[in-house]
Design a protein around this ligand. Sequence first.
Ligand SMILES: [Zn+2]
Length: 223
Amino acid sequence: MKYLTATDAGLISCHACGHLQPRARTRAGHAHQRCQRCNSPLHLRHPDSLARTWALLIAAALLYIPANLLPVMHTASLVGDEDDTIMSGVVYFWTSGDAPLAVIVFIASILVPMLKLSVIALLCFTSQRRSTWRPVERTKLYRLVEFIGRWSMLDIFVVTLTVALVRFQSLAVITAGPGAIAFGSVVILTMMASMQFDPRLIWDPVDEDKQQPTQHSQDHPHE
Ligand SMILES: [Zn+2]
């Protein structure tokens, strides 16, 4: 299946307002070209997309460690002080009979962030290698991460809700620990990483392959 991209047609679109316009003909001229409509700088792809995504991703992955090792909650009660990490909170809910809450906290605070980090790393790695491996599936993974991104604050919401619930139940003073700051940073950095990744990078090597039909002749379905 042959299709024409905007780049093939000598067009460029604006990241800010989406306006599609002719690309400047001068050599490397598009690097300084500005949008006719809103005057934003124009780029064929997000500039330094992979480097920026990697940087944010590595920062998020590093902070994922203190987010899980440091206490997210500090409980001061008459019985004594207690520090809880995300995992010890999950174990606490599980053993005290709040299995559904334990499952929600585990999925939202441990599983989903790890899954997002792995998917973005996979997308970055394959795009950097200019891989033509399963572009449709990789695009679907990207859409999944973008979709989860909208619900990212659910993780923080769960922690807040937990604090509120525990506060309600006992005569104790509960404050957020340093782990909560690390955890919030993981969520925000991961969202920024997925925003910096340009999904068109998945298709660039595939399109280049198509221009030399001798190398790969099989067709992929396109959206
Ligand atoms: Zn514009």
